[in-house]
Design a protein around this ligand. Sequence first.
Ligand code: ZN
Length: 666
Amino acid sequence: MKYVLVLMLFFSALYSNDYINPFTGDTYDFHPEVSFRSNDYLSDIYNYDVDHYEYFIDVTDTLNAAVDGYAIFNIKATADIDTFTFDLKDELFVDSVFWNDQKIDTLNISRVNDRTYVYLNEGLNLGDESSFKVYYHGVPPEGSYFNASYDVAYHGENNSVVISTMSSPQAARYWHPCKDIPSDKATVDMFIKCMEYQKAASNGLLISEEVVEDSKKIVHFRENYPVCTYITSIAVSNYTKYSETWVSPQTGETLPIDYYVYPEHLENAKIDFSNVKDMFNCFSERYGEYPFMDEKYGMAIFPWSGGMENQTMTSIGSSIITGNFTHENVIAHEVAHHWFGDWVNIKTWNDVWLKEGGAVLSEAVWFGYAEGPFAYRDFMNSLKPTIINVKEPIFGYSPTFSRYVYNKGAWIFNMVKHILGDDKFYDAVKDYMNEPSFYTDGITSDQFFDFFSKYTQRDMDKFKDQWVYKGGVPNYKFSYRIENSDDHSTLKMRIRQTQEGDEVPIFDMPIPVMVQFSDFTDSLLLVDNNMANQTYSFQFNKRLHNSIPIENFNFMSKVLAVSEEEEFEDFDTVDNNIVKTEIIGNYPNPFNSSTTINFLLADRGDVNFTVYNVKGEIVYQAREFYNNSGFNSKLIDFGNISSGIYYLQIKNRETVSLLKKITYIK
Ligand SMILES: [Zn+2]
């Protein structure tokens, strides 16, 4: 043993580096530039897979906010090892460690920088299965990424205690021993010792509740679906529990949904949670059956301002409960994480966009499902301001949980969806959820694009590189000139990319350009663009309308282009009519009595709406005042006009929109 201790001192003195096994002296790759994510690179320091955890946690000492318990690790060695290594904050005491029921000599236990090393005299060989039991106690410290990973707080008029956990991203070690990386899932038995009057919520199925002594009880949950440590959780309070049953439209199977809410929140929670079942309808139809169908979904209130997708038992911040659906998107986000993140897990925190992007996209999917396609598009567009000015890549971005990572991640999903079209995209997502290595070992950005390139049938390397491993967004400047003769026309167009930055590439993206002809027909040109300054020339055998809009709401370029005023600059000094007022679309279309027109205005003020029939005769006119420029909408009721094709135009001061074809079916 002396030999070991000497080695430890020697290495501690030599390296200021955290990642030295004190018993073997092995050092590991250290990436100081990615500080807290550095564990991502260290899966080889454990050299074992966890098959199953059993946790016992006594949470009754709320006065000191202390825990007392044990963790059992059932593991399989993935290499020959002579040290069992696990994560636990140094502030917590390790009372004893048992290896297959044999107590380990304390001299063989070393703790350095939140990691515990247990020296094994006989060692384990590759493939050996073994069991370790770690008794521990103490006061979980604050200071994880989200500050309080184990929190004792109070709520309501009577100051009722609530105990909750927040283990993301690497904070499970703040309240229990574990192997705290997102790529090793294990099944879990969770025993929570709490007060008899309280209700405890956790992952998986409620197995039993047993009163033990002094008005205390032990609540046992079992999670049979392997779960990552960062989404293993407990929540304990004087909750009111209520349940509902979701019936899967796909299979007819039933799923219990259990809500653990503060009694004072019950009424509001019932309102805010009233569309959760419909969220399950929405997501299961698109992403495939709810992955945890044999267990449950649940939500437990905790003192926070967001949500945490703890597997099968989401923790929902108490401030989310308002009784008026204010934070509906957060609730949808956490439900969707059960496909993106909990089921298909990330391999490392550098790729966190894979789970957050999927969940934020799902917020848009939910709004589109509940309110129609414009709600989807408006939500996606609302994400852009957080994205457009950041020049660093989202891969490994710090801070990890920034809106930039979430929202750009959602846009990457959205662009892949646009390339495939909705139906093919959702078919691909269903296959993605069924890929065993993705839902067991986790996924990386590279694997994501390898997978989706099978569906897009194109090499996605360039796309991946520019959107994930490089930063920024394309900043397009368009200019064009139209040359009309009697029976044909030429469109000359120049597209410049003006984005700047060391890590910002010239983007290789298709740009959809809508052209409209004088005979009311139109055509969509998909322009390949991959240079900083690129010119195009198109010939048509009919006359062009005198201006073109760049129709592009699915890729990021439209709003990410320079300001509207500069967007269309003169092409070879020929003056063009600048489109500032435009119709985005109408919904529904076709329609059968009324339709909502969505449009952009150059200025606030009066807007004239004119509808023409195919002969160019005016069949409808209206004039209305709009207080704001930019996005607006108007409901038009067609009353007794006959069925057919019509063209809508809007005029705002001196700017006139293009004609928009609308179809009226009685
Ligand atoms: Zn999330």
